[in-house]
Design a protein around this ligand. Structure first.
Ligand SMILES: [Zn+2]
Length: 186
């Protein structure tokens, strides 16, 4: 079953809001992923951003955060007709939660070749043997999301390299002082 959904005029604006959440996640040291849940009549119900490290919670993905807040706002564990916008292709956990919430549609930005469950690794949104299917639109502002993710990982690699170098340098002076002192005495 192919339920790839066409781009709607409002998709880009909602994705920009999700990208803002992703930027806030990056500033907090988390992988930059942001999400927004929009009701069937076009009202923003909740936003969420990735925070598994700070929350000590492997389920604290942006989509789960946004879904929990949207459901609390609606006082309903289901969100029929709603759309979730997210800056990275959802993983299987998040897509499972969206199916449980009976979302009508998911719109994502960058594809995730490692854990994407909307076609990159798995295709879970349109399985007819499951009791619900969700329409999918991918690639909305994908360049912006990819750039943000790449920059985050580049900066994280650089800071880890710098930290390793600092630690190495921190141990060297003691060794070199010892040997320099020894040779000086000799
Ligand atoms: Zn996820």
């Amino acid at each position: 079953m192919d339920i790839v959904s066409p781009l709607l005029p409002s998709d880009v604006a909602w994705m920009r809001l999700a990208l803002h959440q992703a930027d806030l996640a990056a500033r907090a040291g988390e992988v930059p992923v942001g999400a927004v849940v929009v009701s069937a009549n076009g009202v923003c119900l909740a936003v969420g951003r990735n925070c598994p490290v700070a929350a000590h919670d492997p389920t604290a993905h942006a989509e789960i955060q946004a879904l929990r807040r949207a459901c609390a706002h609606e006082r309903n564990y289901r969100l029929p007709g709603a759309t979730l916008f997210v800056t990275l292709e959802p993983c299987m956990m998040c897509l499972g939660a969206m199916l449980q919430a009976r979302l009508a549609r998911v719109v994502y930005s960058a594809a995730d070749p490692k854990t994407g469950a909307c076609g990159s690794v798995l295709t879970l949104a349109n399985q007819l043997h499951l009791n619900h299917q969700t329409a999918v639109t991918g690639g909305v502002l994908a360049d912006l999301s990819s750039t943000m993710l790449q920059r985050f990982f580049q900066e994280r690699r650089a800071s880890r390299r710098a930290e390793r170098d600092r630690r190495r340098q921190g141990t060297q002076p003691m060794e070199s002082t010892g040997s320099a002192g020894g040779s000086g005495d000799a």
